[in-house]
Write a protein that binds this ligand. Structure first.
Ligand SMILES: [Zn+2]
Length: 256
């Protein structure tokens, strides 16, 4: 796994696939099984585009003449470096590019009221509006994005090192700093963490709330395999009637 992925939504279900950065190798993106990166969508050309890793970034080049790829609305001419959140459009298909490292940050002040961690420099809590003037600032540490969950509506939630995720009843997730728990007034979200890191690997820790369907393990015409615990890219999480797909990061900082 790497920190890079594509995600897309098909028939109301979110999907994701890892992108491995390999210097000097280019990958054809298309809907045919001989394409290097197969995205099985009818609206995509057999050879829709080409991806190449230049040592620092993925570069995208359009290959389709009948169905020219667009990025964030503009037709692709030449080679375009991809950044986190950029959307490649081909026909009716939208592939979203993910670079999880773009979400890395330094830990910030913890709200005394709701226990959530805010970004450094925020004057008041983004979640509840409480002033952060007297907020606890834990020892500054780097928070790496270790997991990204992409919902069926395209919503994105990142799980950072030192935090847990708790599902909201109406859909979506609350991210709570683990060290905030004892200090804060027991925020609701803190009571039911469902996804947490175990030795840096994201796991579902509340399997009564969250069901995991393994990526690519659906037998032909059968039900998808339900797995437990540890997550991999492409696994689907089902919680309270909502679906999310996992993108898992698993590389040291030095190796992209
Ligand atoms: Zn707050």
């Amino acid at each position: 796994m790497s920190r890079f992925a594509f995600s897309w939504i098909l028939d109301g279900q979110p999907h994701a696939i890892d992108l491995e950065p390999v210097a000097g190798r280019s990958i054809v993106l298309g809907r045919e099984s001989d394409a290097g990166l197969v995205v099985p969508l009818a609206t995509m050309s057999r050879r829709q585009g080409r991806l190449a890793w230049d040592g620092a970034r993925f570069l995208f080049e359009n290959l389709s003449t009948s169905n020219v790829s667009r990025i964030d609305g503009a037709a692709v001419a030449g080679v375009v470096p991809l950044g986190d959140g950029m959307r490649i459009e081909a026909g009716g298909t939208v592939l979203r590019f993910h670079d999880l490292a773009a979400g890395d940050r330094v830990s910030g002040p913890v709200c005394s009221h709701c226990g959530r961690e805010n970004r450094s420099g925020d004057p008041e809590c983004w979640f509840c509006g409480t002033s952060l003037v007297n907020a606890v600032t834990s020892v500054r540490r780097k928070r790496r994005v270790e997991l990204r969950l992409i919902g069926e509506t395209g919503d994105v939630t990142d799980l950072l090192d030192g935090m847990v995720l708790a599902p909201r009843s109406g859909g979506g997730w609350d991210a709570v700093a683990t060290e905030a728990g004892p200090r804060a007034r027991q925020p609701r979200a803190w009571a039911t963490p469902a996804v947490a890191l175990d030795d840096g690997r994201p796991r579902v820790v509340d399997e009564t709330t969250v069901t995991i369907e393994a990526a690519n393990k659906r037998p032909e015409g059968g039900e998808p395999a339900v797995i437990s615990g540890q997550l991999s890219t492409g696994d689907r999480l089902i919680v309270a009637g909502h679906q999310y797909v996992a993108v898992v990061r698993n590389v040291p900082d030095s190796a992209a």
